[in-house]
Design a protein around this ligand. Structure first.
Ligand SMILES: [Zn+2]
Length: 289
């Protein structure tokens, strides 16, 4: 006896296999059978004729952390089939922050992230995740955000992290990853993030590499490009990954077209990195030889 049979739909299972007709039998939270279940008993049978049946989608770029906290049903995501959302994208979010910094940054980010209650505990990644797990309709995965960490380590100051604040920021990244964050993010234009430089990001990324997690980069270009290796966010992201050994994913890219390509990088920026990096490697080899 199944709890639910979803009958007659076209199953697209996410493995890359072409869609096929079939029924899905569910007991509790587990899919127990896929196939012809027309004779099976079920407490509830859902007719999916003419519809597609698939696992939930992962939305990798939402900025919905504030919206989820005021509207946990989140129908705009769920009704599109999204069952997991990534939070902490582009280097900015709510944790880890002191109560004072959360209040200020929540207001600063309101236009992008929404307006969650201001008295929430955001002092750690664990506390942050506790506000979502089994309390909102989607699953969430969190990335430790660079601007947030440097706000907590140094405040709103226009200088790269060095010395004690850098040590503190790296500890926050490491602890956040230990507490279940899936990676680390930087952003191109969300302060205080762009006040950092490539040395700072590469150092923080060593904690990412040690945890075996991923560095997701929204490249900067117009925000203090002079502080970026190669004077661009794409070359900066690649260099931080090279120095630290962290796995790199670009959150924003544009391969063609006018306008925004200046902020997010064209393929020529990748090519420029490769030539810069080759020259650096040549120097390294010469000096070690
Ligand atoms: Zn974004």
């Amino acid at each position: 006896m199944f709890d639910v049979v979803i009958a007659g739909g076209t199953i697209v299972d996410g493995t890359g296999r072409a869609g096929y007709r079939g029924d899905v039998g569910i007991k509790g939270e587990i899919i127990e059978a896929i196939g012809d279940l027309s004779k099976a008993e079920a407490k509830r049978r859902i007719d999916a004729t003419g519809l597609t049946v698939s696992p939930g989608f992962i939305d990798t770029h939402t900025h919905s952390e504030g919206a989820l906290l005021v509207d946990p049903q989140h129908a705009n995501g769920i009704r599109q089939g999204i069952t997991t959302e990534f939070l902490g994208i582009d280097g900015m979010s709510y944790a880890p922050l002191s109560a004072y910094n959360f209040k200020a940054y929540r207001h600063w980010l309101g236009g992008l992230l929404g307006d969650p209650p201001e008295d929430l505990d955001m002092s750690s990644v664990s506390a942050f995740r506790g506000h979502y797990h089994k309390k909102v309709s989607v699953n969430t995965a969190y990335f430790v955000p660079h601007a947030t960490v440097r706000l907590q380590a140094l405040g709103f100051h226009d200088k790269p992290l060095r010395g004690d604040p850098l040590v503190a920021a790296k500890r926050m990244v490491r602890e956040g990853l230990e507490q279940g964050a899936v990676g680390f993010t930087t952003g191109g234009r969300y302060y205080p993030g762009p006040w950092g430089d490539t040395d700072e990001i590469a150092e923080l990324c060593t904690a990412v590499r040690e945890a075996g997690k991923v560095y997701m980069c929204e490249p900067r270009a117009l925000t203090i490009a002079s502080r970026a290796f190669g004077k661009h966010g794409v070359t900066e992201g690649m260099e931080a990954a090279r120095r630290s050994g962290a796995k790199l994913h670009f959150a924003h890219r544009q391969a063609h077209g006018p306008g925004r390509s200046r902020t997010h990088g064209r393929p020529r920026h990748h090519l420029r990195y490769l030539s810069l990096s080759d020259r650096q490697l040549d120097r390294d080899l010469l000096s070690s030889g």
